[in-house]
Design a binder for this molecule. Structure first.
Ligand code: SAH
Length: 249
């Protein structure tokens, strides 16, 4: 039951890679896959690459060439839901593509020929990831958050919206939220890969769960200190959460 751990950014992957026992490097489709064991589990670590098409290709290769039976994703995202602040974590319940619009042929956001706009994550795998997030973040400690001037992180669970845009404009966020709300969707966070991974996993019947640390509020500040945030906060979070997750699989 090989587990794939996908990360969006190299910096996030580095700490995970250090945990890998007997790491084997395999190149495929211009990507580097790291196979090995962690906590007694067979795992494959890979970078999703950025954007929906890249992430879909990576997921397909994981399933077809590495026979993974479960996929978990860690990355960063912009917070767009009320009360979702920088440093919080969102565990995905479902994904939607905020930039998918085949109206009037299909209702806005609906994935053509799927008859639905949202794709759910696997409930059991997501529950395990949520539990691991709570325990993992508690282990990171209050002193860590204080030293970075962050409030204690809150953990949210809900809808994440993916699209091929780095959202960094409050007007764009307002429109994105209003349009999604009008169609009955309430996104907590915005990023660029999750919905694509969810769709490929859906097609293959492979359980999928995802967590995103909120790196920004998708406003003009979003590009600032992005890499510092990934190094200082998102990477230690990913390591702490996945360390717990692996233990209880
Ligand atoms: N600087 C990075 C690229 C970052 S792209 C590099 O050189 O590799 C932004 C990444 O963070 C994407 O993987 C996306 O999923 C996520 N993300 C974080 N905040 C986001 C936002 N406000 N809008 C869209 N994606 C965001």
């Amino acid at each position: 039951m090989t587990l794939a751990i996908m990360s969006a950014l190299l910096d996030e992957q580095r700490g995970l890679l250090a945990q890998l026992v007997n790491p084997q490097r395999v190149r495929r489709a211009g990507r580097t896959f790291w196979c090995g064991q962690w906590g007694g589990q067979d795992v494959v670590l890979v970078l999703s690459k950025v954007g929906k098409v890249a992430a879909a290709t990576t997921t397909t290769v994981l399933i077809e060439a590495f026979d993974v039976k479960r996929v978990v994703f860690t990355g960063v995202a912009g917070g767009v839901g009320g009360g979702v602040k920088v440093g919080d974590v969102v565990v995905a319940e479902a994904f939607i593509q905020h930039d998918l619009n085949s109206a009037p042929l299909f209702p806005r956001y609906e994935i053509p020929l799927y008859g639905r706009a949202t794709l759910d994550c696997d409930p059991a795998l997501s529950a395990a990831l949520l539990a691991a997030t709570h325990v993992g973040l508690a282990g990171v400690g209050e002193h860590f958050h204080r030293s970075l001037l962050l409030d204690a992180p809150e953990v949210h669970q809900g809808l994440i919206a993916s699209g091929d845009q780095f959202v960094c404009d409050p007007v764009a966020v307002t429109v994105l939220r209003a349009d999604l709300n009008a169609a009955g969707h309430e996104p907590l966070a915005v990023e660029m890969e999750g919905a694509a991974v969810a769709q490929v996993c859906h097609d293959y019947g492979v359980p999928f769960a995802a967590m995103r640390t909120i790196s920004d509020r998708a406003d003009a500040q979003a590009p600032l200190d992005f890499s510092a945030f990934v190094t200082q906060v998102a990477s230690p979070y990913a390591l702490a959460v996945l360390g717990q997750f692996i233990k209880h699989l």
